[in-house]
Design a protein around this ligand. Structure first.
Ligand code: ZN
Length: 148
């Protein structure tokens, strides 16, 4: 179990130091900002949403290692997925970090590295902030981006 914890810790540190899909994306049609004042985490999610599919996703932000790693892992988990798939993954992820409900580790894939968060209730908000921000971006009305 200790080896597993160490491995999980390494993945978290790797993603927080070298976040994947970092920065804005081309053709973003949704953007949302998330704020976790408890810890000082700030996340902006950029989405290219087409026909119910997450074609591309990027994020910007600053905050603790948990929030940044969670955002990075989230972008990898939902890129290329449908909105329904993404929200199902979020439900599973929420259960994982709160320790509630039955967790499907296979569906969560790499996101299981954040399982340890459930022992630190104050960190749950750090881990779920990117996901709440993603949900806000998905639920936005399509923004018409004009170059005029
Ligand atoms: Zn945090």
């Amino acid at each position: 179990m200790n080896d597993l914890r160490e491995l999980y810790q390494e993945v978290i540190m790797d993603h927080s130091r070298r976040p994947r899909n970092h920065g804005t994306i081309e053709h973003a049609n949704r953007t949302a900002h998330g704020d976790n004042p408890l810890c000082g985490d700030k996340v902006t999610v950029y989405l290219d949403l087409k026909g119910g599919l997450v074609k591309d996703i990027g994020f910007d932000g600053r905050g603790c290692a948990i929030s940044m790693a969670s955002a990075s892992l989230m972008t990898e988990a939902v890129k290329g997925r449908t909105v329904e798939e993404a929200s199902r993954i979020f439900e599973q992820f929420h259960d994982l970090v709160t320790g509630e409900g039955e967790v499907d580790e296979e569906a969560l894939d790499k996101l299981v590295v954040l399982a340890g968060v459930r022992d630190y209730p104050v960190r749950v908000k750090c881990a779920t902030l990117p996901w709440h921000t993603l949900t806000a971006a998905i639920n936005q009305k399509e923004e018409v981006i004009s170059t005029e």
